[in-house]
Design a protein around this ligand. Structure first.
Ligand code: ADP
Ligand code: MG
Length: 357
């Protein structure tokens, strides 16, 4: 935004200068020049007020200015132009500045457009819902050769907005499968999953992608970090998709790495970090777009119990301060007891629930 105004003002000044030099040389060129300056000033004012019409004024001004200048330059013979260095310089700078104004305005339009698309999708989400997550008799079967494995066998649960819930169960009990279904990473064999009251099986691919990118922060059990990329790049990707500006991205990455105790490790590759550190990068990455819901699959599985408590305290803080809904899978009773409610699952079914004081 600021760049386009600076380019435009420089453009106006040079346009005014070349106009003075050529004034009354050509009636058409001078009137176009004056019009370009007036529109340019209106455009600069509009842009500074973040007004969409300002952008159009600026564009018309630049096109007028450049074409008036073109017309003038073509009229003169080469000899005359080279005799007159200041005019040549101002013509060239007008072309360059004109191009810069156009590029920066198109960039603004693009940002504006993507922002609008996202707002449209946001408007679709009924945020008055009481429950952030609901599953209705969800079943997930895997077919392996001639065997059918029922990983999730009819789970119905509800998680209120702003609740901090854990899912406990032995290895192989279906915790990861359930979390993947809730996170729209997989589709149930039968049953429904609702996020903010919206049945996610009814969403198209674009809406699903947006849901995963913006509304849900998913911490994978296996981290899912890109090995070739740095920590910064790994964290940047989901923010790029959601359209966060470069400045905001860097600020968020720094804040989050600080929060998980990894400041200064931004340029490291995942394989140069310990398992626990990679886990914390995965946690920080899940939070980059300020999700309303965090789904975390054994987020403390590879850290010592002290770091585990630090991570849980960080989640709790997020939950208190931002009202983020938290659903955490763990097999560690100490971790589970730091949440509001524990859902125990075994063989793909809920067999007990416990509410903390
Ligand atoms: N992609 C898959 N294909 C076949 N079987 C799977 C797949 N994913 C999980 N399972 C099986 O489903 C059951 C539940 O797995 P999982 O959800 O990973 O359990 P947990 O996370 O509680 O350890 C296990 O028996 C596992 O072997
Ligand atoms: Mg698992």
């Amino acid at each position: 935004m600021e760049a386009s105004i600076i380019f435009l003002v420089a453009f106006i000044i040079i346009e005014a200068y070349s106009l003075l030099k050529t004034l009354l040389n050509s009636y058409l060129a001078s009137s176009m020049g004056i019009l370009a300056i007036v529109l340019g000033l209106l455009g600069a004012y509009g842009l500074s007020k973040r007004n969409k019409i300002g952008g159009y004024f600026a564009l018309i001004s630049v096109i007028l200015g450049v074409s008036a200048n073109c017309q003038y330059t073509i009229k003169l013979s080469f000899k005359e132009i080279f005799k007159n260095y200041p005019m040549l310089a101002s013509s060239v700078s007008l072309f360059i500045l004109g191009a810069l104004v156009m590029i920066s305005i198109f960039k603004i339009r693009l940002d504006y457009w993507t922002g609008q698309q996202l707002e449209k999708l946001d408007a679709k989400d009924p945020s008055s819902e009481e429950y952030a997550i609901e599953t209705e008799n969800v079943i997930k079967k895997y077919i392996v050769g001639s065997n059918v494995i029922t990983a999730v066998n009819g789970i119905s649960l509800k998680v209120k907005k702003g609740e901090f819930v854990s899912i406990m169960g032995p290895s192989g009990s279906g915790k990861s499968t359930l979390l993947n279904l809730i996170g729209a990473l997989d589709r149930p064999t039968s049953g429904r999953v609702l996020i903010d009251g919206v049945d996610i099986s009814k969403l198209d691919d674009k809406e699903l992608a947006r849901l995963r990118n913006r509304k849900i922060g998913f911490v994978f059990q296996s981290y899912n970090l890109i090995a070739r990329s740095t920590v910064k790049r790994n964290m940047e990707l989901p923010a790029l998709v959601s359209g966060l500006s470069k400045k905001e991205r860097l600020k968020r990455i720094r804040e989050l790495l600080d929060a998980v105790g990894l400041s200064g490790k931004m340029d490291r590759k995942p394989k140069t970090l310990s398992g626990g550190e990679q886990q914390r990068v995965a946690i920080a990455r899940a939070l980059i777009n300020n999700p309303e819901i965090v789904l975390a699959d054994e987020p403390t599985g590879n850290v010592d119990s002290k770091t585990g408590r630090t991570i849980m305290n960080f989640f709790r803080k997020l939950n208190r301060e931002r009202g983020t809904t938290m659903l955490i899978v763990t097999h560690d009773p100490e971790i589970a007891h730091m949440t509001d409610r524990i859902i125990y699952i075994r063989d793909g079914r809920i067999f007990k629930e416990e509410r903390m004081e």
